[in-house]
Design a protein around this ligand. Structure first.
Ligand code: NDP
Length: 450
């Protein structure tokens, strides 16, 4: 069956799942030469099977808020592919999530996890719960109610969720405590755990640091370096915070940071002291980024919904790191970045570029690091956390960081080598998708039609 027909059928079978269609279209675009050369991938219907999750779990989550009112939310877990190992991928708590969003994320995760070289399958899940504005007690009761159903579908050799948007250290703690109580077992069923109760050093930093290590390799190829570059970063959560930290430590100047209400522009640059303030503001006080502008005298621009561009991406810079959410960068933003001197964009978030923006950036001379390669550091260190839990031992921060660096460097090289091998020049997206696909496809064929 042709790629066009597979995509047509996907849309018919999964109506109203636009983000899933978008990612499938972007990924499958690169597979034609691979399917042409390796007929067994067509014979075993590998692409069709990869697009159909192994299992989709959807469930009701009841809990009681501080006012005594009963709340009803919906939880999900998409167990996408287990050819390479236990299902692995984060949990996202956000009021706008949908099944299509989780399928898109789990599909991306399939290729990302394969690229790390660690034996990990792919999954993704979460709930339409908004942790913003909730008390710690409400978040705890929600997490407990969510795990009361999820626990029967996960396990340390079956499915090992982690955090994602809206799920940080606090939520992982509540989820782990509930799992342990229900199963009466202390096992590494989640990653991102606290370091004194089963977590790995460097897991918190891993996605942001890994993103910068990946960008460093891209720059090295181009005869450039991070030091001295002006950078624009979106978001102010886990990925952004550690992306900014590593950029600062490597001598770059970061001038923007944002949240879902707006962004700040700090011409003087964010230094370690200002970053410590951002971490406290977002992780402890759970405040708004606007408060940074008041404290440090930076410019604040509130978000405008529905426009064709975001002024954050119109700030003069050389390197860009979208680290907030999907489809946050539009076609016009890529045009603005190009006019303003951006020559590298590496994705911290999953699918932060719209389909049109992705097409444009791939045609431009901007170096483009796709999320499934550039943000794989988080799942890589999650894999490293699982290894430590299996053997019951812990590695130093230096050990984990050097493994992370090596994995990001290997992913970078795989992307370039695979792209060149298949005639896509230096297209990192082509290399990432094809390299990940071949690894999963070969395992699926070896394991039979199941
Ligand atoms: P967090 O919840 O820690 O932070 C998300 C940040 O993005 C917050 O600053 C949030 O603002 C902002 N944001 C959320 N929605 C929007 C929106 N619609 N418009 C503008 N800003 C928004 O999440 P993470 O940092 O963990 O994840 C960010 C991205 O990185 C996601 O795409 C995630 O899938 C991806 N990712 C995360 C990994 C990880 O290890 N955490 C691994 C790989 C990818 P506010 O404070 O207002 O909510």
């Amino acid at each position: 069956m042709s790629i066009a027909t597979i995509l047509e059928q996907l849309k018919q079978k999964n109506p109203n799942e636009e983000e899933f269609h978008q990612t499938a279209e972007e990924v499958l675009f690169y597979f034609s030469p691979v399917l042409e050369k390796h007929k067994q991938y067509q014979q075993y219907k590998i692409v069709e099977r990869m697009l159909e999750p192994d299992r989709v779990i959807s469930f009701r989550v009841n809990w009681v808020d501080d006012a005594g009112e009963v709340q009803v939310n919906r939880g999900y877990r998409v167990q996408m592919n287990s050819a390479l190992g236990p299902y692995k991928g984060g949990l996202r708590f956000s009021p706008t999530v949908s099944l299509g969003e989780f399928k898109f994320l789990a599909f991306e995760q399939t290729f990302k996890n394969a690229l790390t070289g660690i034996p990990l399958g792919a999954g993704k899940g979460g709930a339409d719960f908004d942790p913003r504005g909730k008390s710690d007690g409400e978040v705890m009761r929600f997490c407990q109610a969510f795990m009361q159903e999820l626990y029967r579908h996960i396990g340390n050799r079956l499915d090992v969720p982690a955090g994602d948007k809206g799920v940080g250290a606090r939520e992982i703690g509540f989820l782990f405590g509930t799992y342990k109580k229900l199963q009466n077992q202390y096992e590494g069923v989640l990653t991102g755990k606290g370091i004194n109760w089963g977590g790995s050093l460097m897991r918190t930093e891993a996605t942001g640091y890994g993103l910068v290590y990946f960008a460093q390799e891209m720059l090295r190829q181009a005869g450039e370096e991070v030091s001295g570059k002006r950078c624009i970063v979106s978001g102010s959560g886990n990925v952004s915070q550690y992306c900014i930290e590593k950029l600062i430590r490597l001598g770059a100047k970061v001038v923007t940071v944002s949240d879902s209400s707006g962004f700040i522009y700090d011409e003087k640059g964010i230094d370690e002291e200002k970053l410590a303030y951002i971490k406290e503001l977002k992780n402890e006080k759970r405040g708004r980024i606007e408060e940074y502008a008041r404290k440090f005298g930076a410019e604040y621009t509130p978000v405008h919904q529905g426009g064709d561009s975001d002024p954050l991406w119109n700030v003069k810079a050389e390197l860009a790191f979208p680290c907030a959410t999907q489809n946050e960068v539009q076609e016009k933003d890529v045009q603005n970045m190009k006019s303003n001197g951006v020559f590298l964009l590496a994705e911290g978030a999953n699918m932060p570029l719209t389909a049109e923006a992705t097409k444009l950036i791939e045609q431009s001379d901007i170096l483009y690091g796709p999320g499934k390669a550039a943000n794989a550091g988080g799942v890589a260190v999650s894999g490293i956390e699982m290894m430590q839990n299996y053997i019951g031992s812990y590695w130093s921060a230096e050990e984990v960081d050097s493994r992370l660096k090596k994995i990001m460097c290997d992913i970078h090289n795989q992307c370039l080598q695979t792209a060149e091998e298949w005639g896509f020049g230096k297209n990192y997206a082509a290399g990432a998708n094809i390299a990940g696909f071949i690894r999963v496809a070969d395992a699926m064929i070896a394991q039979g039609v199941i």
